[in-house]
Design a protein. Structure first.
Lengths: 490, 565
């Protein structure tokens, strides 16, 4: 029974997407029911899958497309990490999106592609080989484009165009790298500690080039500097899309891709032997600082958050590139932690814009009094990003810092300290304005928020607190990543 | 004594914060604020101490326990938070922003009480951060220009302290592999880790030159918040230092010299800068810097001569407890002064406030005298090179405190009557004043009472009286008045700070009285520049005296080896 779980989980979104796309625009009740049922069902199935994986199972499915070219779905511990994130946050974001787009236009199109987008992340999470990964990775690009340009303004179309140029360029690099690797090594199935095994010396130049191609391909989505240009522009998308893009789908798919390539294709030891781990770590370090510095200068709230994502996602890359189990724990945990923190920030930011038309940092005055729940959620997210204990972000930073020391690179501590200072410098002024300055009188009011908008950020804020407070419990993200890392570093 | 489960200590104030999120419950929660530190008080008083608690699932695995030092700290900290909370809810009863401030107050209380019982790095750091960040809200209460400026300076220092702590704790934990905070004292901990962690605590302690936030924050915050800032939260820095430094085990001469230099600079700077303040709360804040410098001096001596720690430790605990009660009584007295108009009432209030003031100045028979003589005795165990100036330093400390106390009382005597202040703010103040007398007993401290006061102990107070009298006469007959000094000292030199002109101006009040000055000279003295000069001289002197090699013929006055463990 459990061997059908991967395909069942994939179908809860991939199978539902065309249904939603075909629904008439006015059938909003039906659409909502289908959406929420699918999201809930997916969550239940993921919980089931987690139980299976914990007991040592690894459900596996193959469909041969062409000789030597298999579509391979496989659920291992790393997939479950990403699946759990996407299942929980998809449900929350769907609720939010339904409230957000109440009385909107083109909702069938929106929710159809929204579901397709999640289907792609599910595929990416469970891809068992590089080919399958590539297919879903490209599907994700195509599924997100309609969401970015959803509003149909000239600005949205420009952002969409740039998004496509960046991601299709990255996709091309990834495709070339994949084909090259398949010609060299045959089928590249993801296996812990790398599929390439002992590398023949002669191939090292080719392998380095392949590695660069693959990382550049996924690095576009992971917004590694200098491949991050599309991310701040795509802020024109509606709030739930931004939230999903930054927390689960696109950016995380990139970071997850880096994980798969380093851990399960090359193997961390081979990456180190090829001399590639240090450059990758340096690139991540530079991105962390650069993103934060850029965030400082943004007055547009969502742009500031976007640059913050550029910076924070590179924590994950840094954790992978530092050759150390503790750093890996930090990086992998941050995949989850950054997700719940960033989605909270974006959902709250969306609420400010919806309720009071507040889109810039300078207009945030008195937000704490006007919208206490959303602002509390935002505060928790922001403090978590700075790395204030006991919130989730602290746990990632703590392990990353220890990992840096373990890898013999104490500079990482200085990097994290600097990043925390920069995070404080761009988040605390927002909190100051919101809680300690008076709102404009009279405050501009656009609409009243229902529970569907107010509740999701509050729920994710609770997750941030819980993920940090109960970090040592086995069911926490930290507990799960410890389990994963024990498989990679044996 | 009632047996209290330790988890109640941080949980009770935390539950009140959560209850605060429901607007309908707020009126009830406000009334409960003074009772929130009750479990902490009981835990501190319990004999034998409460059962240690191990919570594996919390944070990275959390340990709660109460050490002997922590018990004393718990007692005075919880009493301070309780009485300050009482005054806060009365003082802000009609303030529209009261709920925000009370929530911050409860948050900071959770942190302050929690860090005293946390045994592991993650929990300690969590509580410390909670306390530091929530106090930001206390400093910003009121939202005036002064509060905004103070808030900005405060949060910069607080975040810098957090980051230094993070880096230091991570380095230390990696070296030892031990998550217990006390492991930071181990031999394998790199010096850099100790320095970074100390830096985080020194910022909280208000050691010069990391003190810049302190006078601003204390002056800006509401009086009861200043009372806990000064009485309880500065001591959290001390508690942290006591916990992480290898006191009594290993000598750290470099850190000792740095601490001594900071302490001396603080002892000299505090009165100089405090005396030119116009706000009584700022004067009290500078006096706190002076007192904390005295504590720092004790730590420095113990770091230089580990053998002296057995005597210095109890002296420092007494000094901390005494300062907590006395300074809190003074801060809580400020609203009591506002509440009454000039006349008999105000005179009586001021007369009662003179009690903690005298205690701080070290009047024989008071807790301050006990603390200072204890410290004096303990410091005889310091390295020989130090004894040359230690006596002078202690005298300067007492003289400075006495002058500052006179200045504070003088300013309070002339403070404006604020009729909107409820008169019952005086009740917690009265309770605190009583604790100045009985506080050491409540805190289970039984100092060596066999000591007798000598006339020399009165010398600093007498000198201060004479100096103040002379100063008053000169100011009166020369017709001088003091212009407000720049808040933020050296920060006042930063151009972007829009504050009153950054200068101590001695301006003739009336032309006719201008005996000393022919024409109005605007800028005679810039206190912040003078402060810089004094700071550098003090550091130079301290480095010189401590680094000068001791002649081999001189035998140490107290054997350092005997006490070493």
């Amino acid at each position: 029974m459990s061997e059908y779980l991967p395909i069942a989980i994939l179908m809860t979104s991939l199978g539902v997407a065309p249904l939603i796309l075909m629904m008439p625009e006015h059938a909003s009740r039906l659409r909502t029911t289908v959406n929420l049922t699918a999201a809930t069902l997916k969550l239940v199935l993921v919980v089931w899958l987690t139980a299976v994986v914990v007991q040592g199972g690894s459900p596996d499915m193959r469909f041969t497309v062409a000789p030597g070219l298999d579509l391979h779905l496989q659920a291992d511990a790393l997939s479950v990490l990403f699946l759990a994130l996407s299942a929980i946050l998809w449900l929350i974001t769907t609720v939010y999106a339904i409230g957000y787009l109440e009385n909107g236009v083109d909702r069938s199109r929106f929710f159809g592609f929204f579901t397709l987008c999640v289907a792609s992340t599910v595929g990416i999470a469970m891809a068992g080989n590089l080919f399958t990964f590539l297919i879903f990775f490209e599907l994700l690009t195509l599924a997100t484009w309609p969401l970015v340009v959803h509003r149909g303004t000239a600005e949205a179309h420009r952002a969409g165009r740039i998004y496509l140029i960046y991601t299709l360029g990255g996709g091309l690099a990834l495709t070339v790298g994949t084909i090259w690797l398949y010609t060299l090594a045959g089928e590249v199935t993801f296996t812990p500690r790398g599929v390439l095994g002992d590398l023949p010396q002669t191939d090292s130049i080719a392998l380095i080039i392949i590695f660069v191609l693959l990382i550049a391909g996924v690095g576009v989505k992971a917004a590694l500097v200098p491949l991050h240009g599309w991310l701040p522009l795509s802020m024109v998308a509606p709030a739930p899309v931004s939230a999903l893009l930054h927390a689960v789908a696109v950016v995380k798919a990139g970071a997850f891709g880096i994980m798969r390539i380093v851990y399960d294709v090359f193997g961390i030891e081979n990456v180190q032997e090829l001399g590639l781990s240090t450059p990758l770590a340096l690139l991540a370090a530079f991105t962390i600082i650069w993103g934060s510095v850029c965030a400082l200068t943004q007055n547009d709230l969502k742009k500031r958050l976007a640059y913050s994502t550029v910076s924070q996602v590179s924590y994950i890359t840094l954790g992978i590139a530092l050759v150390s189990p503790l750093a890996a724990i930090g990086g992998l945990t941050h995949l989850i932690h950054q997700g719940i923190m960033k989605i909270t920030l974006f959902l709250a930011a969306g609420n400010f814009a919806e309720a009071h038309g507040v889109k810039t940092v300078s207009a945030m005055n008195g937000m704490g009094r006007l919208m206490p729940i959303s602002m509390l959620a935002f505060t928790v997210g922001a403090l978590g990003m700075i790395g204030i204990p006991p919130l989730a972000g602290f746990m990632s930073k703590w392990h990353l810092g220890l990992g840096g020391l373990e890898a013999g690179q104490p500079e990482v501590i200085a990097l994290l300290a600097g990043s925390s200072l920069l995070n404080a410098a761009y988040f605390l002024p927002i909190l100051y304005r919101a809680w300690f300055l008076d709102p404009p009188d009279p405050a501009p009011v656009r609409r009243k928020l229902g529970w569907m908008l107010a509740l999701p950020p509050a729920m994710t804020a609770v997750l941030i607190i819980a993920a940090g407070l109960f970090a040592n419990a086995s069911f926490s993200p930290l507990g799960w990543t410890r389990f994963i890392v024990s498989l990679e570093y044996q | 004594m009632i047996e209290v489960p330790l988890w109640l200590v941080p949980t009770v104030p935390m539950v009140l914060v959560l209850a605060f999120c429901i607007p309908r419950l707020r009126p009830y929660v406000r009334g409960l604020v003074p009772f929130a530190p009750l479990p902490a008080l009981l835990a501190g008083l319990a004999d034998p101490g409460p059962m240690p608690l191990r919570l594996d699932w919390l944070l990275l695995g959390t340990d709660f326990a109460v050490s002997k030092t922590a018990a004393t700290f718990l007692i005075f900290t919880s009493i301070l938070w309780s009485l300050a909370g009482w005054q806060l809810i009365r003082l802000l009863a009609r303030d529209p922003a009261q709920d925000r401030t009370i929530a911050c107050f409860l948050f900071a209380m959770t942190g302050n009480l929690g860090l005293l019982i946390a045994q592991d790095i993650a929990a300690f750091y969590t509580f410390f951060a909670m306390m530091s960040l929530a106090s930001w809200g206390l400093v910003l209460h009121g939202g005036g220009v002064a509060q905004t400026f103070a808030g900005r300076v405060y949060i910069v220092f607080a975040i810098a302290g957090e980051v230094a702590l993070f880096a230091g704790l991570a380095l230390g934990h990696f070296a030892t592999g031990d998550l217990r905070l006390s492991a930071m004292t181990g031999d394998t901990v790199p010096l850099l880790a100790t320095v970074l962690v100390s830096l985080g605590f020194l910022i909280k302690l208000g050691a010069v030159p990391m003190h810049l936030w302190l006078p601003l924050a204390h002056a800006a915050a509401p009086a009861p918040a200043s009372a806990v800032l000064s009485g309880a939260m500065l001591k959290a820095g001390l508690f942290g230092l006591i916990t992480v430094l290898p006191l009594g085990q290993t000598a750290l001469p470099e850190i000792a010299v740095a601490f001594a230099a900071m302490a001396l600079a603080g002892l000299i700077l505090a009165p100089v800068l405090g005396l030119v303040q116009q706000d009584p709360k700022a004067v009290l804040a500078y006096s706190s810097i002076g007192q904390m410098s005295l504590i720092l001096l004790g730590l420095a001596a113990a770091l230089a001569a580990p053998g002296a720690w057995v005597l210095i430790a109890p002296a420092l605990v007494i000094l901390a407890t005494h300062h907590a009660f006395a300074k809190a009584a003074l801060f809580l007295g400020v609203p009591a002064v506002w509440a009454v108009d000039r006349g008999v009432m105000r005179t009586s209030v001021l007369a009662l406030m003179a009690l903690p003031a005298l205690a701080l100045a070290g009047m024989p028979g008071t807790s301050g005298w006990l603390a200072k003589t204890d410290l004096k005795t303990a410091l005889e165990g310091a390295p020989v090179g130090w004894s040359i100036w230690l006596g002078t330093a202690l005298f300067v400390a007492s003289l400075g405190t006495s002058l500052l106390m006179l200045r504070a009382l003088f300013l309070l005597a002339g403070a404006a009557h604020k009729p909107e202040t409820a008169r019952d703010v005086a009740l917690p103040w009265l309770a605190m004043t009583a604790l100045v007398i009985f506080g050491l007993g409540v805190a289970n401290i039984s100092p060596d009472v066999a000591k007798t006061a000598s006339l020399a102990d009165l010398l600093p107070i007498a000198t201060a009286g004479v100096l103040a009298g002379l100063g008053g006469l000169i100011f009166h007959y020369a017709g001088l008045r003091m212009e407000p000094a720049a808040p933020g000292e050296v920060l006042g030199m930063v151009r972007s700070v829009s504050k009153p002109e950054p200068a101590l101006k001695l301006l003739p009040a009336k032309r006719a009285h201008a005996l000393f000055f022919r024409r109005p000279t605007t800028t005679l003295l810039r206190p912040e520049r003078g402060a810089l000069a004094i700071l550098s001289i003090a550091i130079g002197l301290a480095l010189f005296t401590t680094l000068t090699p001791v002649p081999a013929s001189v035998s140490p006055s107290l054997p350092t080896g005997e006490y070493a463990q």
